[in-house]
Structures are given as structure tokens and as C-alpha cells.
Design a protein around this ligand. Sequence first.
Ligand code: UFG
Length: 331
Amino acid sequence: MTVLVTGGAGYIGSHMVWELLDAGETVVVLDRLSTGFEWAVAPEAKLVLGDVADRDLVGRIIRDNNVDAIIHFAGSIVVPESVADPLGYYENNTCKTRTLIETAVREGVPHFIFSSTAAVYGGAGLEPVREDARLAPESPYGLSKLMSEWMLRDAGLAHDIRYTALRYFNVAGADPKGRTGQSTPGATHLIKVACETALGKRPFMQVFGTDYPTPDGTCMRDYIHVSDLAAAHRLALQRLRAGGKSLVANCGYSHGYSVLEVIDSVRRAFGHDFDVRMGDRRPGDAAAVVANSELARMELGWTPQRDDLDLIVNDALAWERILTTKNSVRN
Ligand code: UFG
């Protein structure tokens, strides 16, 4: 049995590939390398260059490798970009996912794990959000993912395919063994931006808004270590293979940190101060987005191992240093 990981050359996908290989699985990666990197794919995994909507190619991969599960990461993930190019996002995230599900059904793949997002909820409050909260995506990105969840639900009712959709909160950090990490240039994610600033790759960074209704006035998010997220997928795979029913579950730690707390953690990890400027709110940011993750813990038996902001930041900073070396060797 083989696991097909789409987007396995990207940030979360490349961690997933290591997680599966470490657990003794056989892995095929399908990636068109639009934002991922060939070097990010573990050498023990087979890498196929191509598109998830290429029915013939995906069908051949499934048959040739005896694929029994697809873990689907490939997609576009930048919220403001989705506002500027909604149709591009619906094409890349929703239409291509539809084709991939159709191919999975046609080829008789029984298990499907899907990368969903907290962006399906829209603005949440300080209270941890449960899976049955109101679904009100505020961006084409969030809606493109929610539509994919719904297609999976309906396909699961009509066909012999069971799925798990995991709604990620703020994924951060890097492989503790330093094998992969967040590598795409021009990142907008807070922990990555702060680490780049600490290492002098950016002259300064900004805090987007200091007047939110939160304890210190800056936005709060539920930062989850990418390795814990990969572990949740592995457990979801085990559960589906054992006959578990389809499931939609949040992946977060159930507590939030403010932007200023994150920056303080990066200062501690780096050991020096760096230039942080207070700025205006970024359009579209919710004051707080925190997961209720009871369901994932109960249903998947998921016990996070790295639920510690300093640990997440330390791994992110270590990866940023490795990336500096990799890039200077390449240049
Ligand atoms: N922030 C700053 N300065 C920066 C970057 C970010 O102050 O330079 C702040 C943001 O304003 C926000 C917080 O840090 O309050 C986190 O921002 P990120 O960009 O790291 O992450 P988001 O919460 O905006 O987005 C994340 C995922 C999305 C997902 C969304 C769902 O990256 O893919 O959560 O809630 F859609």
C-alpha cells in the first residue's frame, strides 16, 4: 500500500512525507513545483512532477503504486491573493480538488485526507471555535476550501470513499531534525517574518494593529507546530484504514498567543532585539482565531508533542538559519 501526497514538495506536505516515511510507509509525491522544491522531498519518496487535475497521470500513479490513500495538500494558500484572483483560487483549489476526488473514486481509492483551514469560519471571537460553529469564510481562499469539504462530504455519501478534512489553524515551526521547513520566498506568516527580521533578512517588521479587543491589543492566533499537524494526518490515516467514519476536525492547540507574545518569543530565541514597528491593522484580520481541538484529540487520539510557543519559534529560527546556508551555497 502506498500513500499519495499531493503538494509533497511544499511546506506542510514535505513534513508529511517525512512523517510517513518515519512510520514505515511507502510514499509517492505529486507536485508541479510551482511553490515547492525538489530538494524538500525526502529522497526515499518517489517524486512525480505534474498536476493533481491530470486524470491520466493520477490514475496511472494510483494503479502503478497500489495507492490506498491520498493526502491532498496541493493548493494556493495566500488569503489576500485569493481576494485579488478569486477565480484562480476556485480553479486551483476547488475545481482541481473536484477532479482529484473524481479520479480517486474512479480508481477505487478508499481514503482521502484533505488540508482545510480555520479560514472556513470567518471572524471568530476569543472563545475557541468548534467544528459546528457558523461557517462564514471571509475570503475566496476560505470558501475554496469549504467547497472542497462539501464535495468530499457528498462524494463520501454517494461513493465508497471515506475522508478526513483537517482545519488547520496557524501552522508554524519546522522539522525538529532540520530536514525541511517553510522555504517559499516572500512569506507573510508572522513567525517566519519575525525570524527573517531577527536574522537581518528584512530591515524591520510591523505589528499589524495594536487596538484590537484582546489583552495586549494585538491579534491572537493558535500557533500549531507543523510536526504535530503531520502527526494528526498520520493518525487520521490510521483511523480511516481501521474503518473510521469520515470526519472534519480542527487542528490547533486550543490556546492563543498575541502578536507581541510571538515577537517576544523570537527575541528570546534569537538572543537580541530587532526592529519591530507598530503599524495599522491589516485589512481582513480577525482579532482572535483559536481552535477547540477536543474532537481531533478524541477521534484521532492526537496528543500534541510540541505545544510550546518557544519550541515552535526555536525550530522556525533554526530552519531559517539552515535556509540561509542552503541559499548562499546555491548562489
Ligand atoms: N502579523 C503581523 N505582522 C506581520 C505578519 C503578521 O502583525 O508581519 C499578524 C497578523 O496581522 C495576524 C497574525 O500576525 O494578526 C498572524 O498572521 P499570519 O499572516 O501569520 O496568519 P493569519 O492568521 O493571517 O492566517 C492564517 C493562515 C491562513 C489561514 C488563516 C485562517 O496563514 O492560511 O490563518 O485563520 F487562512
